[in-house]
Design a protein around this ligand. Structure first.
Ligand SMILES: Nc1ncnc2c1ncn2[C@@H]1O[C@H](COP(=O)(O)OP(=O)(O)OP(=O)(O)O)[C@@H](O)[C@H]1O
Length: 249
């Protein structure tokens, strides 16, 4: 049995089908990349998985358990949570308090604080625990976002563009952190527009276009798939070759 199994899932917003008959599975210990053009349905897929968007059709199972009708906190308690697109920390709050919000899912405040400190140690941020999140560098903020997810003690953590604001050199540290966390037993699905990062990190890649899965396979297979090059990669490779990634928010 796969850790996560999605079968024929669709999400609609009025007349728009943002996720269209999607099926895929994720094995425990994998790092799976989710790529595709803007508007392809990647974030909606994550929202559907964690209970923030309702699947009109299809089934989602975590460890064999159907998630239909469950709210985000219940799904997080079962072991799946996501980070928010482009990092969305409480900037005025301390790094520690940002991470405590994740730990409070499972524990009362005093224990949650102790757990959050352990998580900050794990991601290399123990030294900045008391600082406001706004004081941190972009790579440190990406670590806090990951730490907040980790604090919920996920089996599977969905990362939504946590590297969006990073330079290629800064991404290397996050890539190494994700690998380390996977080696410690956490499964990842990541949405990322930085192709070098997603290609290096992922064991397997799913490609979405207009809400449908158009390809799936090992990074090198996906990278030479003509459908993927046409729908997405041609543009992304060209953009990366032309200069630095996205502007910082
Ligand atoms: N809450 C919503 N209400 C209506 N339409 C929505 C909503 N959320 C997303 N959509 C639409 O659903 C489609 C898929 O959007 P989604 O954000 O999932 O794409 P994405 O692949 O994550 O894009 P990006 O790479 O730009 O983040 C888009 O057409 C988007 O405009």
């Amino acid at each position: 049995m796969s850790l996560l199994e999605v079968t024929d899932a669709s999400v609609r917003f009025g007349g728009l089908t943002a996720v269209d008959g999607l099926g895929f599975s994720v094995e425990a210990g994998e790092i799976v990349g989710l790529i595709g053009p803007n508007g392809a349905g990647k974030t909606t897929t994550f929202n559907m998985l964690v209970g923030l968007a309702r699947a009109a059709e299809g089934t989602i199972r975590l460890d064999g358990r159907p998630l239909a009708g469950l709210r985000p906190h219940s799904i997080a308690a079962l072991g799946m949570t996501k980070t928010f697109q482009n990092v969305s920390l409480f900037m005025e709050s301390s790094v520690l308090d940002n991470v405590v919000t994740g730990a409070l899912l499972r524990e009362p405040l005093a224990e949650a604080k102790a757990s959050a400190r352990r998580v900050l140690e794990r991601v290399g941020l123990a030294g900045v625990a008391e600082r406001p999140a706004a004081d941190l560098s972009f790579p440190e903020r990406a670590r806090v976002e990951i730490a907040r997810g980790l604090a919920t003690r996920p089996k599977i953590l969905l990362l939504d563009e946590v590297m969006a604001a990073l330079t290629p050199a800064e991404m290397e540290g996050i890539v190494a952190l994700v690998r380390q966390l996977r080696d410690e037993g956490i499964t990842f699905v990541l949405i990322e527009h930085h192709m070098r990062a997603v290609m290096t990190l992922s064991d397997r890649i799913l490609v979405l276009s207009f809400g449908r899965k158009i390809a799936e396979g090992r990074p090198e297979e996906v990278a030479r798939d003509p459908k993927v090059i046409e729908a997405y990669l041609g543009r992304e490779w060209a953009a990366e070759g032309a200069g630095p990634g996205q502007a910082r928010p």
